[in-house]
Write a protein that binds this ligand. Structure first.
Ligand code: NIG
Ligand code: FE
Length: 411
């Protein structure tokens, strides 16, 4: 006997299982089944495809008004952090830019202060609330970065919180060491601080899957980023990079050269570097919620990257300064409007390709996969990026168990 059948599914969204990330035109290929069935047993998918009544289960859900998809994957978040920065909105109204606020000791550095002051339990409690919001919005795989400690103890504190969350909720998580995220006030120089972070790599290895760096004007240069990435690779890390977010320093080219698992942001990436995506499996993780929140008019050139046969994913970049949302559905809407991506491209970018950007088995619900499923209160898959800013989740199923169910009275 099976545990669960989702029957009469109005639209079943099935991204393709693949070893490598989907690239270029492949992003627009998505199997959509009208009137589908999903069967679950022991937390795994037994069947997903066109309608069948050949299976029996103890629980049957009728989804004749719903879209059903894999749970979403958020491949870039700064989930664990102390404090909040609503006061920066006034500075922004006065016309100060993101980097100017950082130069004045605000921005990332004010979150560093709040993160250092917070106890591990305080950080855990805050991040737990934010993680639960993500789950309620249909996300069951999350990448989580450190980077607000900027010293040994506080970076480890953040990474430990991230692990505690994974243990408590059993989600697919990946943990990223982002020691070189900013230069703290007490550092003698950028160089000296970078060396300190490089020296930490062996110790943080047991708590981190990836090593990341913020390559940007006034933060870490291309040369510094290269040195860090090579040191991290020598310690067995796969690397990531915050690249070409504001200024076109060439971080995307460096990421491809260093075989990074992902290069993230890329708003200002050069034509030359974008063309290199064609021969690379480095995933371009685009974060249009950040461009929106920073009030910029130029968004990452997603269409150009796809024309160059690149692999792209979409993530929130959830953090207290440059993208204060952990609602990936909202970012899907911004991707539709500003990155000019089609619904198929967006769904692949927040499921299977996002999973590739964080090396996790997630984003598909084909036979044998973990039954991490979302039932959406929506008539079709294009509706979710279209009707923006609200939560379309009806039910979230984690490894076969229903963990979120909207109040039926509200239906
Ligand atoms: O990805 N760009 C650098 N880091 C974060 C922002 C962090 C912050 O402002 O607190 C980002 O946008
Ligand atoms: Fe980020």
């Amino acid at each position: 006997m099976n545990d669960l059948i989702i029957q009469n599914i109005k639209q079943l969204v099935l991204p393709k299982s693949t070893e490598r990330p989907l690239k270029g035109a492949e992003l627009d290929e998505l199997t959509i089944i009208e009137n589908g069935t999903v069967v679950v047993k022991d937390g795994k998918i037994v069947y997903s495809g066109p309608f069948t009544d050949a299976y029996h289960a103890t629980e049957v859900i009728d989804a004749s008004h719903n879209v059903v998809s894999p749970a979403l994957v958020d491949a870039h978040t700064h989930l664990v952090h102390g404090g909040s920065r609503e006061h920066e909105m006034a500075l922004k109204r006065q016309g100060l830019s993101y980097l100017e606020i950082l130069e004045r000791g605000g921005g990332i550095l004010s979150t560093v202060e709040a993160t250092r002051t917070a106890t591990e339990d305080e950080l855990f409690y805050k991040a737990e609330r934010d993680l639960l919001t993500m789950i309620h919005h249909g996300v069951l795989a999350v990448e989580s970065k450190s980077g607000y400690g900027l010293d040994r103890d506080n970076e480890l504190k953040q990474l430990k919180v991230s692990h505690r969350l994974q243990e408590k909720y059993g989600l697919e998580m990946r943990h990223t060491f982002l020691g070189p995220h900013a230069v703290p006030k007490e550092a003698a120089s950028n160089e000296a601080f970078l060396q300190e972070m490089i020296d930490l790599l062996p110790e943080v290895k047991q708590f981190a899957d990836f090593a990341d760096i913020f390559c940007e004007t006034g933060v870490f240069s291309i040369e510094a980023s290269k040195r860090y990435m090579q040191a991290a690779k020598a310690q067995g890390f796969r690397v990531k990079i915050h690249a070409d977010e504001i200024d076109p320093l060439g971080g995307l080219g460096l990421a491809i050269e260093e075989d990074a698992i992902s290069a993230d942001h890329l708003v200002a990436a050069s034509e030359k570097d974008k063309a290199k995506l064609s021969d690379s499996d480095t995933v371009a993780v685009l974060l249009p919620g950040t461009t929106f929140y920073l009030g910029k008019n130029d968004y990452a050139d997603a269409r150009g990257m796809l024309e160059h046969n690149g692999a792209i994913a979409i993530a929130t970049d959830f953090n207290p300064g440059s993208c204060v949302t952990n609602n990936l559905q909202m970012v899907m809407a911004i991707a539709a409007l500003k990155l000019k991506l089609s619904p198929n491209e967006i769904w692949n970018a927040v499921t299977v390709n996002a999973a590739k950007a964080m090396a996790v088995e997630a984003g598909t619900i084909n036979k044998g996969d973990k039954a991490n499923i979302v039932i959406w209160h929506a008539p079709n898959h294009a509706y979710i990026p279209y009707h923006y800013g609200v939560n379309h989740v009806d039910t979230v199923i984690h490894e076969g168990n229903i963990i979120v169910k909207k109040d039926l009275a509200l239906k």
